[in-house]
Design a binder for this molecule. Structure first.
Ligand code: ATP
Ligand code: MG
Length: 433
């Protein structure tokens, strides 16, 4: 639109045309106010009924809330106005009227449950708080990309329609691909690993992963955004360093560039994590969980960490921390074991005190060991020939990780449901919008 002024830029003395939504109409009798909202904020438009053209007043005062309007006029200082200025209108146009029955109230005066909000995401995102989450999410992705660039990574995009899964068969979504069975990819794991043996060496990808998780939980989606990293000539410790740098960069970007959004969401002292993330071995982790006495049954070597255990430990540690040196048997086949102890894997998880954010590790790059691993996991190595055969042609030692994008935003902002951090979530009940 030509000559449009954002409400935040309207200065006293200017003659402007603003365009946005009719946020609120207050008719006080002789005087009435229309609050126009756009992406930058709001501005008051004042109608003095006796002094203004009747048609103009009628249009401005009778417009339905949330209609798209365009208002032209002079900007004047007015200390009683919410932003200290107001527009004295010369022209008001209803560009796109809104139905008087709104499925949810974008002014936030009437609370809506998450399901109604997600069904009407467009209207929901007219609310400052909802919008702020997605502006922060965008900043997280920007900061993360910049950090990857500082780490000399190349951004890649790998296929999401695949012939085989990697993370276990039950979580796969099957599709029909020209009459042949195919799947939505659960992880870019195998493709990103293939890149470390290519001329690219160090890569990252930000893209969707698809998991047919059976149960609705506050931290699982059926389509999530994975932030993936993989580098040649890295070991698990190098990969943890890179992971820490990326998570920290996300927090720092938000702290630096999202002050307004943080205020909207009620954060007064948002801070990037300081200091190095502690690195606990799996053995220490289960000992400390057992010592909390929070679990009915003591954990033993080889157990997965139950959610209550993660919470108990997280509360004690009180900051991001890594869990390293997992038992080989509970980490995937593509993770390398320690050279001096085959029962111990180089796999690691990065934990936020409230949940897992990242899984990573050094990868098995020796062809024979890799093929043996497939067989041990009950997978047919032939189905993965496109992957395994490249390990015969010079595959360097390498390491990497996958970070859940929504979990990063969710834990950063203390959201109690991961769906708050996704525009259009996919879960057991939700396939539309
Ligand atoms: P969890 O045990 O919490 O279900 P996972 O160990 O199955 O996670 P990984 O395969 O390790 O998940 O995936 C790496 C990261 O991707 C996880 O740490 C998490 O941040 C994110 N992630 C995985 N699955 C989901 C999902 N269904 N919804 C949202 N994020 C996910
Ligand atoms: Mg994991």
């Amino acid at each position: 639109m030509e000559n449009r002024t954002y409400t935040a830029d309207a200065e006293p003395g200017d003659t402007v045309t603003v365009a946005g939504w009719a946020h609120e109409i207050r008719d006080l009798g002789g005087i009435a106010f229309l609050i126009v909202r756009d992406t930058t904020g709001k501005i008051q438009v004042k109608f003095e009924k006796d002094e203004m053209d009747d048609d103009l007043v009628e249009t401005g005062v009778n417009v339905n809330r949330e209609s798209v309007v365009q208002v032209s006029g002079a900007v004047e200082e007015e200390e009683r106005a919410p932003t200290g200025v107001e527009i004295v209108p010369e022209d008001v146009e209803v560009v796109a009227p809104a139905d008087p029955e709104l499925p949810l109230d974008p002014s936030g005066k009437v609370d809506a449950d998450i399901s109604t909000r997600l069904d009407n995401r467009t209207l929901d995102l007219r609310m400052e708080e909802s919008k702020a989450i997605f502006e922060i999410r965008a900043e997280v992705l920007r900061a993360v990309r910049e950090q990857f660039r500082d780490l000399n990574c190349t951004e890649i995009n790998t296929p999401k329609i695949v012939a085989t899964g990697t993370e276990g068969g039950t979580e796969l979504f099957p599709i029909t691909y020209f009459g042949q069975e195919a799947f939505m990819n659960q992880s870019p794991q195998l493709f990103k690993q293939l890149m470390v043996g290519s001329g690219l060496e160090r890569v990252f990808e930000i893209g969707p992963i698809f998991r047919a998780e059976e149960h609705n939980t506050p931290r699982h989606l059926n389509e999530a955004t994975s932030i993936d990293f993989e580098s040649a000539f890295y070991d698990h410790s190098d990969a943890m360093d890179a992971c820490e740098a990326v998570v920290r960069a996300a927090y720092e970007g938000v702290a630096e560039n999202c002050q307004e959004q943080l205020e909207t969401l009620g954060y007064e002292d948002f801070e990037a994590p300081s200091g190095d993330f502690p690195r606990l071995t799996y053995e220490e982790a289960i000992e400390r969980i057992n010592a909390t006495g929070e679990l009915d049954e003591q954990l033993v070597w080889g157990d997965d960490l139950p959610t209550e255990g993660e919470h108990a430990l997280g509360e004690e540690v009180g900051e991001h921390y890594f869990i390293t040196d997992w038992p080989s048997e509970i980490k995937p086949f593509y993770i390398k074991d320690h050279d001096d102890d085959e029962t111990l894997s180089t796999g690691f998880d990065l934990m936020h005190p409230s949940m897992e954010l990242v899984s990573g590790g050094q990868r098995e790059h020796r062809y024979d060991h890799l093929v043996a691993g497939f067989e041990q996991q009950g997978l047919d190595p032939d189905a993965f020939e496109y992957y395994t055969k490249m390990f015969k042609y010079g595959m360097p030692p390498h390491a990497g990780w996958g970070l859940g994008g929504e979990r990063l935003v969710m834990t950063m902002l203390g959201l109690d449901n991961i769906r708050e951090a996704v525009l259009f979530p996919r879960d057991r009940q939700r396939l539309s919008p």
